[in-house]
Design a protein around this ligand. Structure first.
Ligand SMILES: [Zn+2]
Length: 343
């Protein structure tokens, strides 16, 4: 099969080579999936450069997410048949620990990651264990399935499952112009919440408003806590989804009303912050960590996408042989929405 392969880590985009490699075979309990679309993620560019923190055996095929059709089912697989439309869940949970047995496989501490600990979606075929696969609704395109899986499932897990956002509440969403942020704006709007988007430019806030946000805070110009209180008649927000870290995380905690809940899902802008814990217990606010979604919640958001309630934003689709160009665009940060590749 053709695949976009790396033979070692490298800063240069042409570290990725489009070439022939051995097509994997479906072993017992596994599926071989013919890939129709795969996604380009920030973790792929980190991995190419050797910055991901996990040593992948070389040669390696990246690609955290993919969607396609079952090409072959290994011995013992009865739940799927050739031609079924499917997508692997990027989190390869162990299936045996107490969390996995409880259906909370997002808490599995022995999980691998597709495209990191085993060959991923940058190829004509990908091999995965059958219990790591979700079925795709017929109405959902392969491109949308790839574009939506990680951002919508991550935002759903944090907003709906972790901090229990309810209709009528006000929620602050930071980095609202980004992939997960724009997905979160749609989910919060669908849940019936009032959305205050926060982002680093008026252009990004405009995009968040177009997706349903009711108000915006440009945090390069205004204090998040003070502005959130002004927009809520002095009360503060009931809930917040924060993915930046640093001063923005501190501002989002400050924006919470008494009893407010905050979910933190990222910290590229500052991993260590100073928090006044007196404010936390005085206001009864809680901070929840959330990083990964369960397979069941991936299926839930894919269903909502197929019904037209959630719409992933695709910036551009590349042929797989142009993976170096896709990585260059990812690193330029000059895009809005997901980048997709087709083998
Ligand atoms: Zn497990």
């Amino acid at each position: 099969m053709k695949a976009a392969v790396i033979h070692g880590y490298g800063e240069a985009f042409d570290t990725i080579v489009h070439e022939d490699v051995q097509t994997p075979a479906a072993g017992p309990g596994e599926l071989l999936i013919e890939v129709h679309a795969c996604g380009v993620n920030h973790c792929d560019t980190d991995l190419r450069k050797g910055l991901f923190g996990v040593d992948s055996p070389m040669p390696h095929v990246m690609g955290v997410d993919a969607a396609g059709t079952v090409a072959d089912a290994g011995a013992g697989v009865t739940a799927f048949a050739e031609g079924d439309r499917v997508a692997p869940h990027f989190m390869l949970s162990c299936g045996a620990c107490a969390h996995c047995r409880d259906g909370a496989e997002n808490l599995c501490e022995a999980a691998g990651v597709l495209g990191v600990t085993q060959w991923g979606g940058y190829a004509e075929y990908v091999r995965v264990r059958h219990d790591h696969v979700v079925r795709l609704p017929d109405a959902l395109s392969f491109e949308d399935a790839v574009a939506g899986q990680i951002p919508f499932a991550t935002a759903w897990e944090a907003l709906i499952e972790e901090i229990g956002l309810r209709a009528g509440e006000t929620v602050l969403i930071t980095a609202a112009g980004g992939g997960v942020g724009s997905a979160a704006v749609q989910i919060a709007t669908l849940a019936g919440a009032r959305v205050i988007a926060a982002a680093g430019s008026e252009e990004k806030l405009e995009k968040a408003r177009a997706l349903g946000a009711d108000a915006g805070i440009d945090y390069t110009k205004r204090d998040i806590g003070a502005e959130a209180r002004r927009l809520t008649d002095g009360r503060g927000v009931d809930a917040a989804l924060e993915m930046t870290g640093g001063a923005i995380l501190v501002g989002a905690i400050d924006a919470l009303a008494a009893g407010g809940r905050l979910a933190t899902i990222g910290a590229h802008g500052g991993e260590r912050v100073e928090i006044d814990f007196i404010e936390l217990f005085r206001k009864h606010v809680s901070v929840h960590g959330c990083g990964r979604s369960t397979k069941a919640h991936v299926e839930r958001v894919l269903g909502l996408m197929a019904e037209g309630h959630l719409t992933p934003v695709i910036h551009r689709t590349f042929p797989l042989r142009e993976a170096p160009a896709a990585h260059a665009l990812m690193e330029s940060r000059n895009f809005f929405g997901r980048m997709i590749m087709r083998p």
